[in-house]
Design a protein around this ligand. Sequence first.
Ligand code: COA
Length: 383
Amino acid sequence: MSDDVTLYRGLDGVHIDTSSISSIDGLKGELIYRGYDITELADKASFEEVTYLLWNDDLPTAAELAAFKESLKPHFEVRSDVLDLFRTMPDDIHPMHALRTAASALAAFDAQADGVGDDNVRRIGLSLLAKFPTLTAAFERIRTGKGPISPDPDLSIAGNFLYMLTGEKPTEAATRTMDVALVLHAEHGSNASAFVARATASTLTDVYSAITAAMGCLKGPLHGGANTAVMEALERVGSVEGVEEDIMNTLNSKGGRVMGFGHRVYRVLDPRAVILKEVSHTLAEESGDSKWFDMSLEMVRIMDREMAKKGKEVKPNVDFFSASVYRMLGFPKDMYTPIFAVARISGWMAHLFEQYSDNRIMRPRLVYSGPTGKTFSPVEERS
Ligand code: COA
């Protein structure tokens, strides 16, 4: 490798562009969406308000919010031929395969799928924001032998999602908990899937292609798939007493990573984890079953102890406490990542608005480390 090339493996420390969407201070444990602290937004704002904020310069006025909600209403319903795709799929596939396929299929039914002008990109964004909860709930119902439930356009995105999953109007408390989870998962800077969405859009291909690529990226266990992996670990462990042995086995295995811990940017606790820990605690107290929360706390204790011995700062991330929260809300564990996508479509679209409006194709390079100067011999002469 020549001396004047610096490698940034995993693009660590590389800034690909400027952005006014969100900012992370990994040393302070701070996340802001367009200037507003995530802690305050999670406490006071709805997912619709936060999406408006991410898609515009500031929070909406009451009239702007009402208009935004109204503009979503025609988009909640998903045409039956797209839902029929779910009926053709095996019941035991990862739901992200189903949802990624559905997001891609929507392009086939959109005569203006390819336009990347701002108005068209925003139209598709509204449609996908509204349809992701419908698709996610419909897949869950279809694979469990139940018919999909039509969206109720008068409910919020969070409330509608819960309604379409269960067929029952959700309580205000459940809707608010869902809303908080959606707000916390909506956006997170140049994370792997937002980067993939931007890189895909940088070829000036269509929104559906960029979002489909982002969904494939989110599914990975090092990214949005970690919440499911956390729940698998909690189920495997089964009790507070079993936590230590399980973590030590993981840490002592080659390249062992404890899911739900660590982050490229945060060196202190992820502020989203702080909030979700409280939500998890509240749900545990309300339900009278603190098993998942207690095990989670024990995992944090053991990880803190072990990482301190190695002088590392590896703290719980957003996926860690979201696992126990989603469990206590009654979601099947393989639906946690699709629920992440229901929220993250908000941030992905904000990134696409920025990318399309001031584009340069993304084309990094690799340092070649293979052989040179080999001599070609015809196939019959090769041994
Ligand atoms: N469990 C155990 N050790 C971990 C760890 C984890 N979850 N996350 C990081 N570490 C350790 C690494 O072993 C590494 O040690 P080393 O320098 O001796 O190799 C050190 O902390 C730094 O980690 P690094 O590999 O540089 O982090 P990264 O930025 O490349 O990776 C993640 C970030 C998120 C992919 C990584 O922390 C991880 O795999 N976490 C688990 C998956 C997860 O929860 N993903 C969701 C992220 S929101």
